[in-house]
Design a protein. Structure first.
Length: 333
């Protein structure tokens, strides 16, 4: 009589079953994140339309647009509100623990300072990606179009500091290094870093900025995971944007010439670059700084990335942001 019990087949079948359950869970999680990202776009568009309508109404009533509080609400503030509110709702409905999504484990002051210097140096270096892409587009007659703010007045200067330097450092880190990366981290830290960085870059809706923001996202995410805290990325994000805002304000208000500002920027780049090189050599001795938790090995890393990227809502989000980036590139509003 034939023995129908085969332990090898049973074990293989069980593993395939567990692998499929794992992919299903990852796909469901990815779809939830994709829906949240699409909600970011939708709510941002809705709030922007509402602000435009309110602004037009104020002008029709004869109020000065320069003195109107409504006119001080920029797209940066709208986006910040969107990231925060939608992110909180996602955590609520997906039942994500804020303690896991927003880790703030204690970090030694010396380690934090070294990581911040490394982060700033890398970000300054990554700025070259923006110049390269912008230059490439210029060669074929395409100039990247983007919004500008008149920095001649104090209110506009303060608005720029708030919307470019302060708010993004908190809300964007909450949304991408917190919600997106924190949700995917249990599956694979490497996948969480890549996907959070890619969505961070796409969300900017600007092809010229994408290489820079993707590289920055990688650095921000890696630092946060190795420290189990969002504090490093919040600080570096603020310092990076703050340097850019400070340079623009110094030039706009005639405090320094563009040449002097560029020279100072170069000095900062060189000094932080040298210090970063020294600090990285020190970190090389710590093997834990260069290892990531792979999560379950029931499916390979590439399969995890494919599962995340092929989820319907992630595809929809990507298509929307690519189309918006094309519109921005050609100045279509």
């Amino acid at each position: 009589m034939q023995n129908i019990y085969n332990p090898a087949i049973t074990e293989d079948t069980l593993r395939r079953y567990e692998a499929e359950r794992y992919r299903t869970s990852l796909r469901r999680t990815s779809n939830g994140l994709g829906f949240m990202l699409i909600a970011f776009i939708g709510m941002n568009l809705l709030l922007s339309i509402m602000i435009v309508i309110m602004s037009l109404t104020v002008r029709e009533m004869g109020m000065s647009s320069e003195d109107s509080i409504i006119d001080l609400l920029s797209n940066g503030m709208v986006s910040s509100l969107t990231f925060f509110v939608v992110g909180l709702f996602y955590c609520l409905f997906a039942k994500r623990s804020l303690a896991e999504i927003l880790p703030f484990e204690k970090i030694g002051a010396a380690k934090l300072a070294k990581l911040c210097v490394i982060g700033i140096a890398f970000n300054l270096f990554s700025n070259s990606a923006v110049d390269l892409v912008s230059g490439a587009f210029s060669l074929v007659g395409i100039e990247n179009k983007g919004g500008t703010i008149d920095l001649g007045s104090t209110p506009d200067s303060l608005l720029m500091i708030l919307t470019v330097a302060i708010l993004p450092a908190f809300v964007e880190e909450f949304a991408f290094r917190g919600v997106v990366m924190g949700t995917l981290r249990p599956y694979s830290e490497g996948a969480a870093i890549l996907i959070s960085s890619a969505t961070f870059a796409l969300m900017h809706g600007n092809f010229v900025q994408m290489p820079f923001t993707f590289c920055c996202g990688l650095v921000f995410a890696y630092m946060d995971i190795k420290c189990n805290s969002l504090l490093p990325s919040v600080i570096v994000h603020f310092l990076n944007n703050g340097l850019s805002v400070a340079a623009d304000l110094l030039i706009a208000h005639g405090i320094m010439s563009e040449l002097v500002v560029n020279l100072l920027y170069g000095v900062i780049f060189i000094v932080t670059g040298i210090l970063a090189f020294i600090f990285i050599k020190g970190f090389i001795k710590d093997k834990e700084m260069f290892t990531l938790d792979k999560g379950s090995d029931i499916i390979p890393f590439k399969k995890k990335i494919t599962t995340i990227c092929s989820s319907p809502t992630m595809i929809i989000f990507t298509v929307i942001m690519v189309l918006l980036s094309i519109m921005t590139l050609f100045g279509v509003s």
